[in-house]
Each structure stands twice: as C-alpha cells, then as structure tokens.
Design a protein around this ligand. Structure first.
Ligand SMILES: Nc1ncnc2c1ncn2[C@@H]1O[C@H](COP(=O)(O)OP(=O)(O)O)[C@@H](O)[C@H]1O
Ligand SMILES: [Mg+2]
Length: 235
C-alpha cells in the first residue's frame, strides 16, 4: 500500500492557470473525496496523478517515488471514469482480462485474477455476457473489476456513479465502501454527491478555482464549510 503526496502542484493550459498550487497528502490506504464546483480542476488533478496530463510545476509522489515524469502505465494506478467505456463486442471476462493480455500476463494468472475480482464484485454469473446484456450497475461493477484486476497502488475515481439512478447509486456506494474495507487501497474519489463524500471518505478536499480551500475530516467540513459551494453541498 502506498501514500500519495501532492506538493505545490500547478497546471497551466496556455496562459490559463487551472491548478494553483495544490497540496494533498493521502496516507496509505486512505480514502479521500474531492469535491468542488464544475470547472474547479478536479478531473485535471486526477489526470495529472494518472500521468495523462503533464505537470507544469510541483510534485506528485506515490509512496516515496517522484512520478512527475513516469509514464502512465508505469505508475501502477487504476482509474474508473464516469463513462465505463467497456468494449461492446467482448464478454465481461474479456473486458476484464484485455489489459493483462496486452501486457503479456500468462493465461493461468489471468484466470486466477478474474476469479478473484469476480468473487469480490459478485459478477461470476455475468462473465460470459456482453456489456449490452448488463444493467448500469453491473456495467459499473465490470469497470471496477477491470481496474481491480491490476492490483494497483492507487485508485482514482472520477464521478463513477453519476450516470446511475438513485437506487443503484446507493447500492454501488455500499459496494465501494465494502471493497475499500476489503482491499484497503489508497483512493482519490471525485464526487458531486454529499452522502458519497460523507460516508466513503476519511478526509474531504474542498476545491475552489484551482485551489484546495479545505482538507479535513467529513464532520469538520460539515460543521465548518469553507465556502458557499460546500455549505450547499453539505446541505
Ligand atoms: N485540455 C485542456 N485545455 C484547456 N483547458 C482545459 C483542458 N482541460 C481542462 N481545461 C480547463 O481547466 C479547468 C478545470 O477543468 P476540469 O479539471 O475538467 O474541472 P472539473 O473536473 O472540476 O469540472 C476548466 O476551466 C477547463 O475548461
Ligand atoms: Mg470533471
């Protein structure tokens, strides 16, 4: 398990500075929720942690290792997006193992890994179906399976439940909580949902216009919200 340290992280797109010196430290195994209004820089921050966007200045460390210039595939990070983007012509099993196959993981190991995550996510009966034959919640689980199968150091979630209806969101929130208890990986989780942030996170980072305004435990954010957005967000 690894900690994540973000120090004075800045990002410019041309002349526009969208991240203005971000500082966040996630302890090994910690679950951090990232909240803030649309456009404040949440997805950009996740993309930089994953290595999909370059760093303008500052540091990203996974454990002790400075990863600013490390290629995405060598960071040992798994990311789950809002849109699951499963391959429609592949079965659930193939969707989950595709990445391992392209990395040359031998078949016995692939089979073992599928068995492990399918049991964890309770999708064993779905392994031979195509994504079109699944509900939204099942597809979301498969997308998580694809991330989990890699046994990464770090999980990044970018509003993974916002496309689901209310009932499924509640179920999946419970699943994610259980999952985190079981595998205990360091997680950064972007959400627009107050209950998700309150119930899942050990700490919440409140972002506003490219800065972290508040980084504290859920109850403290609830009691003393740093700004109007989070006050509204916290109801
Ligand atoms: N590739 C890009 N080029 C230029 N501007 C970008 C790019 N990606 C994001 N931005 C801008 O950066 C800001 C933060 O975006 P984003 O990280 O997507 O916010 P959030 O996820 O919090 O809604 C926005 O103003 C957005 O328009
Ligand atoms: Mg976003």
């Amino acid at each position: 398990m690894s900690s994540l340290t973000i120090r004075n992280l800045r990002k410019n797109f041309g002349a526009v500075e969208v991240l203005k010196g971000i500082n966040i430290e996630a302890k090994a195994g910690e679950f951090i929720a990232l909240v803030g209004p649309s456009g404040c820089g949440k997805s950009t921050l996740l993309a930089m942690i994953a290595g999909l966007e370059t760093v303008s200045s500052g540091e990203i460390r996974i454990g002790e290792r400075l990863v600013n210039s490390v290629a995405p595939k060598d960071r040992d990070i798994a990311m789950v997006f809002q849109s699951y983007a499963l391959y429609p012509t592949m079965t659930v099993r193939e969707n989950i193992t595709f990445g391992m196959e392209s990395r040359g993981v031998p078949k016995p190991q692939r089979d073992e890994a599928v068995k492990r995550v399918a049991a964890l996510l309770q999708i064993e009966p779905l392994l031979n179906r195509k994504p079109g034959q699944l509900s939204g919640g099942q597809r979301q689980r498969v997308a998580m399976g694809r991330a989990l199968v890699r046994d990464p150091k770090l999980f990044l979630f970018d509003e993974p439940l916002s496309n689901l209806d209310a009932k499924l969101r509640v179920d999946m929130r419970t699943e994610i909580k259980k999952l985190h208890h079981r595998v205990g990986k360091t997680t950064i989780y972007v959400t627009h949902d107050q209950v998700e942030a309150m119930t899942l996170a050990s700490r919440i980072a409140v972002m506003h216009q490219g800065q972290v305004q508040q980084f504290d435990e859920p109850q403290a954010v609830y009691d003393r919200p740093a700004n109007m957005f989070v006050a509204g967000f916290m109801g």
